[in-house]
Write a protein that binds this ligand. Structure first.
Ligand code: C5P
Length: 234
């Protein structure tokens, strides 16, 4: 898969999701979409199958984190949904990540891409030290988790666009960086703290950008999406 823009479908119901996706019906290539916990827990696997049936690629953002055996079995179930990318927390350890890969691999040897969350961007240095007793600088922790994910056989990480360049230098150019926190130069930032434009994310080597509100809340979502693609891919 090449570079692409992934729309974060952060909606609470199938109805809201489809009224949004219907706007893209005329496009020759349906957008890559991200389904997160809110929508998946509201609507279950049926919504994944329906979005797939409509021709979208899917990043199923459920961030698994449990004992290796449980994650392996859950990944086997998810692999049957025929999604394109799934993820987990690298904090689950190498054993959990390897088990996830095993569970995800179908009988014919194919599998969705598997990427890791390193440290959530909502976790800062203070919380790291106070709540999870990690005393190293957060940047070092993120790079260590990325390298651990790579060594376990994963395909990439979700990270801030500001970290993408360093992740590539530590883990190699082939290791995927999927980066949220994207905003247009002239757009609202919302609650995101460290943001980058699609063009800048392209320049620093992001493989996929995840864009939510700049597209979902736009007056003309199709136009906003096409602007993202033009800035990021072209
Ligand atoms: O609306 P916005 O563009 O901020 O949406 C970004 C999407 O990426 C949301 O679904 C959010 O949960 C997700 N995300 C993020 N930052 C992370 C990981 C995921 O914004 N570190």
């Amino acid at each position: 898969m090449g570079k692409d823009v992934i729309i974060a479908c952060d909606f609470a119901s199938a109805e809201a999701t489809f009224s949004f996706l219907d706007k893209f019906a005329e496009l020759p290539r349906k957008p890559f979409v991200k389904i997160g916990m809110e929508l998946y827990y509201a609507e279950g696997p049926a919504i994944v199958r329906e979005i797939k049936r409509r021709g979208h690629k899917i990043f199923l953002d459920l961030k698994l984190h449990d004992i290796p055996n449980t994650v392996k079995k859950a990944m086997t179930v998810l692999s049957r949904l025929d999604v394109d990318i799934v993820n987990l927390h690298a904090a689950g350890t190498t054993a959990m990540m390897k088990a996830a890969l095993e569970g995800l691999t179908r009988e014919d040897g194919t599998r969705p891409l598997l990427i890791a969350v390193t440290q959530l961007t909502s976790t800062d240095q203070e919380a790291l030290e106070r709540d999870i007793l990690i005393e190293k600088p957060i940047d070092e922790v993120v790079m260590h988790y990325a390298l651990t994910a790579k060594n376990a056989g994963l395909d990439g990480v979700v990270c801030s666009p500001l970290e993408a360049e360093k992740v590539h230098s530590v883990c190699g150019a082939e290791f995927l960086t999927v980066t949220p926190g994207i905003r247009f130069a002239d757009g609202a930032v919302g609650d995101q703290k460290r943001v980058m434009t699609p063009a800048a994310a392209n320049k620093i080597g992001s493989d996929y950008i995840v864009v939510g509100r700049p597209v979902t809340q736009a007056e003309d979502p199709v136009k906003a999406y096409l602007r993202c693609v033009a800035e990021f891919v072209d």
